[in-house]
Design a protein around this ligand. Structure first.
Ligand code: ATP
Ligand code: FE
Length: 335
């Protein structure tokens, strides 16, 4: 089975070709245009998708050495995401499926972040059902009980900012360019995580809150800058390490609670923030420390990519879960 997958939910135009559960090509065109605005500008994202989508799909097919006549089906991100961005991928996928007369599969972007673990990759184990997934990305922070490929239940989520936003907004306070998450990670690797203390929010149950941390960091930086105008430059690594450490502690506290409440100790992470080296190390350590079995995706399947859309498409294909041409993009979709 050959699946072409298209992802265009936010600011990356991505296409991948899968042969069953193996990735033959995985192409991402990043849109650098948003950097100068300090965040994604939806209208510019949509236009860039229109420019990128044909070449990106072309390269994905060429790199996979597959002709479009060989494709078995087309999977695309239906949502959630930016409407103008989603529409480009949806329209393209629909037209191509009609032209080739092959099945079309609409994919939930967050299911894809969870199920990316089922891509066949040497050195990466697949979780067994039921397992807990923690999706940590630019728009989501969720703990999900995954019972089967298409039966998932959100048991905890953020009540305000997503963890990726917490990284990006903290970075912005430190004067770092957008998206700042990867830069905090980079500087944190050289810093002392215990240099500065931030308090963790008190949120009941398995839910999260990150907006208070952002405000705390803002006041902390302002107060110190008033005394020393070079405070950020002189302490960049330590500040980043301390912020990252606090965020990781918040995530780990809730994971421990989720394991205690569900009795499930297989944990898989997904979403852009799972690229974070601190989180990756902490989860690997948790295997010996808590006896968990943890699953950390291959780096290229963490931030937005089409391979993860393709693996969900493949499993939908096996179950004959197809969509007709009346399917529409959705900025918000139920889980
Ligand atoms: P969603 O999946 O919720 O719709 P999204 O698609 O915009 O959101 P992703 O691409 O999955 O988000 O993740 C992007 C986020 O991941 C950004 O906030 C970015 O800063 C963060 N991120 C990426 N790499 C790292 C890293 N190494 N450390 C911390 N954060 C990171
Ligand atoms: Fe995403």
């Amino acid at each position: 089975i050959y699946i072409l997958a298209i992802e265009s939910s936010c600011d990356d135009t991505a296409a991948a070709v899968l042969e069953n559960n193996k990735v033959l090509s995985n192409i991402v065109a990043r849109q650098s245009i948003h950097e100068e605005y300090g965040g994604v500008v939806p209208e510019l994202a949509s236009r860039a998708h229109q420019q990128n989508i044909v070449p990106v799909i072309d390269v994905a097919l060429k790199k996979a050495n597959i002709d479009k006549s060989q494709l078995s089906g087309i999977a695309f991100t239906q949502g959630p995401g930016l409407m103008g961005s989603l529409l480009v991928g949806t329209s393209f996928a629909k037209s191509m499926a009609i032209a080739l007369n092959i099945p079309l599969m609409a994919i939930h972007h967050m299911h894809a972040h969870v199920l990316a673990h089922f891509i066949d990759e040497e050195g990466f184990d697949k979780p067994e059902f039921p397992f807990l997934a923690m999706t940590i990305s630019g728009g989501h922070t969720q703990i999900i009980k995954v019972k089967s490929f298409f039966d998932m239940e959100i048991i905890g989520e953020t009540t305000d900012d997503a963890v990726g936003e917490a990284f990006d907004k903290s970075a912005k306070i430190l004067g770092l360019p957008y998206p700042g998450g990867p830069l905090i990670d980079k500087f944190a690797q050289e810093g002392n995580p215990k240099a500065f203390q931030f308090t963790k929010p008190k949120v009941d149950g398995l839910n999260f809150s990150f907006s208070g941390l952002k405000t705390q960091i803002l006041y902390f930086v302002q107060k110190n800058l008033a005394q020393n105008p070079n405070f950020i430059e002189e302490n960049k690594n330590d500040i980043c390490a301390s912020i990252q450490h606090t965020i990781i502690q918040i995530l780990m506290d809730k994971l421990k609670l989720a394991v205690a409440e569900t009795g499930i100790n297989q944990i898989a992470i997904g979403g852009g923030v799972s690229a974070n080296s601190g989180i990756r190390n902490t989860l690997k350590e948790a295997q010996t420390k808590y006896g968990w079995k943890t699953f950390v995706p291959k780096f290229e399947y963490t931030t937005d990519n089409a391979a993860m859309i393709g693996i969900v498409g493949y499993h939908k294909f096996l179950e004959n879960q197809f969509n007709d041409a009346s399917v529409v993009s959705k900025a918000r979709i139920e889980f």
